[in-house]
Design a protein around this ligand. Structure first.
Ligand code: NAD
Length: 271
């Protein structure tokens, strides 16, 4: 039988932030399609909670790791190399908004505390760059691999209240393009680096700003839906296909791209 273009079976995949909403959903799909998955998260309890379900789907390991700490990442890399000998896929899903980094409706940029600004930019930008360097080095040695970063709609045009997150995710975009160029020109064209830019999905971090306690839409989410041609939020599972595609041979000539998964949000002027 001819192998599917989208086949990822047997690949060794690392998912940072694997204890989170997106990371665990992406991990589920990788496992269902035969990849061996290592989920990394700074919170042991998040790993434990996700592992229970993930272990029913395939070969998965959970390791505590801080994506902002090179030593922590190198320790994990060593363990993975000893266990599997290689790394085929890296999905950088650790990230997101942080409490103080998101302004309230009443606050302005002049209320933003610099420590909160640094926390959110560090998590989203440094937290993508460090794992890409540590695990990307293994891909450079073996001459193949696929890195998928998570960007955001906040990089296409300004979104209120999230200044630090927006600049950090825009940094993720150019880092994606930069590393794609570096890997293909200096190492091997079989090392590809891409990003997905999710539109609006209900996750733990943004539920409170999008959904009222009674389940109705907030004013903010009404604006989102009005700008989304498909007139709905995304379902987290709708990110799985694009990640699998980018990690498979079907995407063998695709590198340095940032692909929106947004129900049309980024392509619509609103008029
Ligand atoms: P989440 O909070 O559910 O998951 C993030 C995970 O990262 C958490 O389990 C957390 O413990 C972990 N983490 C935090 N700091 C870490 C660190 N220093 N080292 C290791 N792990 C760490 O968030 P999510 O909704 O799954 O979002 C995942 C990614 O997708 C983020 O980059 C987010 O910005 C992006 N994103 C999400 C949405 C959405 O609608 N949920 C939309 C666009 C982009």
């Amino acid at each position: 039988m001819q192998q599917s273009l989208f086949d990822i079976s047997g690949k060794i995949a690392i998912v940072t932030g694997g204890g989170g909403v997106l990371g665990s959903s992406i991990s589920e799909n990788l496992l269902k399609n035969g990849a061996k998955v290592i989920i990394l998260d700074i919170r042991q309890e998040a790993l434990d909670a996700r592992l229970e379900k993930l272990q029913t789907l395939g070969e998965v390991t959970g390791l505590t790791c801080n994506v902002l700490d090179m030593e922590s990442l190198r320790n994990v890399r060593q363990q993975i190399k000893e266990q599997y000998g290689r790394i085929d896929i890296l999905v950088n899903a650790a990230g997101g908004n942080t409490p103080g980094g998101t302004l309230t409706e009443e606050q302005t940029i002049f209320d933003l505390k610099m420590e909160d600004f640094h926390k959110v930019t560090d998590l989203n930008l440094t937290g993508t760059i460090y794992p890409s360097i540590v695990f990307g080095e293994v891909m450079a040695e073996q001459g193949e691999g696929s890195i998928v970063n998570i960007s955001s709609m906040a990089t296409y045009s300004a979104i209120t209240r999230v200044p630090g997150y927006s600049v950090a995710k825009t940094g993720v975009n150019i880092f994606t393009q930069w590393l794609a160029m570096e890997m293909a020109t200096k190492f091997n064209e079989k090392i590809r680096v891409n990003a997905i830019a999710p539109g609006f999905f209900i996750g733990d971090q943004n539920r409170a700003v999008l959904i009222n306690p009674d389940g109705s839409l907030t004013e903010r989410s009404k604006k989102v839906i009005a700008r989304t041609p498909m007139k709905r939020f995304g379902d987290i599972s709708e990110l799985n296909g694009i990640v699998q595609f980018l990690c498979s041979n079907a995407a063998s000539f695709i590198t340095g791209t940032i692909i929106p998964v947004d129900g049309g949000f980024s392509s619509f002027s609103g008029v």
